[in-house]
Design a protein around this ligand. Structure first.
Ligand code: 5GP
Ligand code: MN
Length: 335
């Protein structure tokens, strides 16, 4: 994989571009994709953003979100765009299987592939150019760097800033996580100069739900949460019936995994949701417990040191039992 510095000279050749990201894109994934789209539009490229799946309603306010293709239900037009593309940007994921049904199509493409991502263990061999940096707070921070380092600071707009700010807020837990280095604040100061209204973005991300989602959280914390003090661990397991009863939609469960971290002394929080296609795990830790290794080793997943995810094709009961068993194996790491 060559560096982005080697890619920058190509930016002057107007090209057909597809930008894609991981399944169920979150604020960082969608914010990075749309910010890059606006930037490349300004440079005169023909750009399409394709999401492998649907996404949460709370990213629909982002400028350009309405033009994003959903590969799940717009497959024909999405594949046509992919076939025509000269460049494929892959943002906020680093291995094609994170795009689920799009994996095969992406790996068959012969166009120039560019990776910009901050997760661990990238599949560098699949990309021609790119940057993979786990020290970055978010992929949105990396898109900001991309714009700056390519020499186009003057092309930052309010639209781009809104998209970038949303992703930075999302991935830093609103500037809380240790990934929030000084440069993140400097970057936000620059975004503010473009006219960014940060309160508006926070409201779009966090105050944009229906009543049922709050009642669902109340139910889950009351009835679906187990605390294992001997392992400083909390488990929340959500059966499909709960999702149906409370009419839970994509994105409604975002942030749920953070609530148990407010209990004093908790080191690991695990959340598993019985989704149609798989049992989807989320892991969050504090301090020196490595969620990425844990998710990789036991739940075919990965991510970051303190935030990772995984999946299982087992039943909910079976995967929960597996979690409880492996918790015992990790007792020394969780004391
Ligand atoms: P979340 O729990 O918010 O879904 O994901 C936490 C972090 O782990 C995110 O950075 C996400 O990209 C990553 N992640 C989530 N699920 C998976 C997975 O199944 N495989 C891998 N490799 N990473 C995941
Ligand atoms: Mn991210």
């Amino acid at each position: 994989m060559k560096t982005l510095n080697e890619f920058f000279p190509l930016l002057s050749q107007k090209s057909k571009v597809v930008i894609t990201t991981h399944q169920k894109p979150d604020a960082d994934a969608m914010g990075a994709s749309l910010a890059l789209r606006h930037f490349l539009d300004e440079l005169g490229h023909a750009v399409t953003v394709i999401s492998p799946t649907n996404w949460a309603g709370w990213v629909n306010w982002m400028p350009g979100a309405k033009d994003v293709l959903n590969y799940e239900n717009q497959r024909k037009v999405a594949e046509q765009k992919l076939d025509e593309a000269e460049w494929l940007f892959c943002l906020d994921f680093n291995i094609f299987h994170r795009t689920k049904a799009m994996e095969k199509k992406l790996s068959e493409l012969s166009c120039t592939k560019i990776l910009i991502d901050h997760h661990r263990e990238p599949d560098e061999a699949s990309f021609n150019y790119g940057k993979s940096d786990t020290a970055k707070s978010s992929t949105c921070e990396m898109i900001f760097d991309f714009i700056e380092e390519s020499g186009h600071d003057a092309l930052l707009t309010k639209e781009i800033s809104e998209c970038l700010y949303a992703g930075i807020v999302g991935d830093t837990g609103s500037f809380r996580f240790s990934s929030t280095h000084a440069g993140v604040h400097t970057m936000v100061a620059r975004l503010k100069q473009t006219g960014l209204e940060h309160t508006y973005v926070h409201e779009q991300l966090f105050d944009n739900f229906l009543e049922n989602r709050l009642r669902f959280i109340g139910h889950v914390l009351m009835n679906r949460m187990e605390v294992f003090y001997e392992y400083n661990t909390v488990l929340i397991a959500i059966p499909k019936a709960d999702l149906l009863k409370y009419e839970i939609r994509t994105g409604d469960t975002e942030g749920l995994v953070n609530f148990p971290q407010t209990i004093k002394g908790i080191k690991l929080v695990a959340l598993v949701i019985d989704r149609d296609e798989e049992r989807k795990w989320s892991f969050r830790s504090k301090g020196d417990f490595d969620c990425n290794t844990f998710a990789r080793k036991y739940f075919s997943g990965g991510g970051h040191f303190n935030a990772a995810g995984g999946g299982s094709t087992d039943s909910l009961d079976k995967t929960v039992q597996h979690f409880k068993n492996v918790l015992k194996e990790n007792k020394d790491l969780l004391h």
